[in-house]
Design a protein around this ligand. Structure first.
Ligand SMILES: [Zn+2]
Length: 302
C-alpha cells in the first residue's frame, strides 16, 4: 500500500530550543522520500524518527538560512556513508550555490552516491514523473527563497455499478482503461475523475502571490507561522507569516490539512497558534507541529 505521510523532524525557527530542533521534514510519497529544509541536528532527528538515509530521494531547500540548511553537511555525508543505492537530487535556490557547495564539501569524506544538483531559478515545474510533478514558486524573504509543491496527476476511479450496467467485466475493464473506449462504451461512461493529491511546503515568506499559488487546493499545506498575530509588524519586517495569515491562506486556498510550524522561541504556548488559526476562519484539519509528529495526508476526496 502506498504511504503518504509527513514526518516532522524539527519545528524551531532560527535557533533550536529544549523542545524543538531546527527545521526538518521528510515527506513519504509512495516509494519516494523528500527531505525538506534540513536544519542543524537533522541527522539525529532522523534517527529518532525512524528515517534512514536510504529513505531520501530528493532534498528540497527553500533558502540558505541556517535553520533550513545547516543539516545538509551531515545528511549528505550520511547518505554517502550508508552508500544509498539510488541517486539523490537536490533542489535549492541557484543564487545560494556557494552555500550549497560549502555544505556539501564542509569536511572530507568518501563520496559514494550520485548527488544530482538541480538548482532552482524560476517559477514552474522542476520534475515530472508518472506519480507527481514537483514545482517551485518564488517566495518573499530577505534572501531568495522558493516554496515547493507536489502535484499528482488526476486519474480515473472506475464505478462498479456503471461497469455492470454496461456489461464490462474481467480483463475488459483494464482494456477499457488503457484504450479509452471498448465496444461503444467510453471510459467516461463508467468512471469519474479521481483528483490527484497535492502537497505544498511554504517556509520563510511574507504573504505574496507565490504563497497562494503553492497552497491552492492542497490536501496538505506545511507552512511557517513564525509569529503570533500581535507581532505582525515583526513578521512583515523580517519576511515571515503569523498564525492568522497562514491560516487565512489555507482557508482561501481550500486546504484540507494545515500544518503550522517554524515557531519563534519567544512563544511558550503552542495552543495560541491553534486559537489564532481558528480565529482566522480556517475550518479544516489543523496540526500545530511538534518534533517527531507523523501526519498522514488526508484520504482522497470522494
Ligand atoms: Zn527560518
Amino acid at each position: 500500500m502506498s504511504v503518504r505521510e509527513l514526518v516532522v523532524l524539527g519545528t524551531a525557527s532560527q535557533v533550536p530550543t529544549r523542545h524543538r530542533n531546527h527545521n526538518g521534514y521528510l515527506l513519504r510519497w509512495d516509494g519516494e522520500g523528500f527531505l525538506f529544509d534540513p536544519g542543524e541536528g537533522t541527522q539525529r532527528q532522523m534517527l529518532r524518527a525512524g528515517v534512514a538515509a536510504h529513505d531520501i530521494n530528493r532534498i528540497c531547500v527553500t533558502h540558505f538560512h541556517g535553520d533550513h540548511s545547516l543539516g545538509l553537511a551531515g545528511v549528505i555525508q550520511r547518505i554517502n556513508l550508508d552508500k544509498v543505492p539510488h541517486p539523490v537530487s537536490a533542489h535549492y535556490p541557484r543564487s545560494g550555490q556557494r552555500f550549497f557547495d560549502r555544505l556539501r564539501y564542509a569536511t572530507a569524506y568518501r563520496e559514494t552516491v550520485a548527488l544530482l544538483e538541480a538548482p532552482v531559478d524560476t517559477d514552474g515545474p522542476l520534475v515530472r514523473t508518472p506519480g507527481y510533478t514537483l514545482e517551485a514558486r518564488r517566495l518573499s524573504h530577505p534572501v531568495e527563497a522558493y516554496g515547493y509543491r507536489i502535484v499528482e496527476p488526476d486519474g480515473r476511479r472506475m464505478l462498479p455499478d456503471r461497469l455492470a450496467a454496461h456489461g464490462v467485466k474481467g480483463p475488459d475493464v483494464g482494456r477499457l482503461q488503457r484504450e479509452g473506449s471498448l465496444n461503444g462504451v467510453a471510459l467516461e461512461d463508467v468512471s469519474e475523475v479521481r483528483r490527484g493529491q497535492r502537497f505544498a511546503f511554504v517556509m520563510d515568506t511574507r504573504l505574496c502571490d507565490g504563497v497562494y499559488a503553492l497552497a491552492e487546493g492542497c490536501d496538505m499545506l506545511v507552512i511557517e507561522s513564525t509569529f503570533l498575530d500581535e507581532d505582525e509588524s515583526l513578521a512583515v519586517e523580517f519576511g515571515h507569516l503569523t498564525a492568522g495569515q497562514a491560516a487565512g491562506v489555507a482557508r482561501e486556498a481550500g486546504v484540507r490539512h494545515l500544518v503550522l510550524t517554524h515557531f519563534s522561541q519567544r512563544y511558550t504556548d503552542p495552543a495560541e497558534f491553534e486559537r489564532q488559526a481558528r480565529a482566522a476562519g480556517y475550518e479544516g484539519d489543523l496540526t500545530v507541529a511538534r518534533d517527531l509528529d507523523r501526519i498522514q495526508l488526508p484520504k482522497r476526496r470522494a
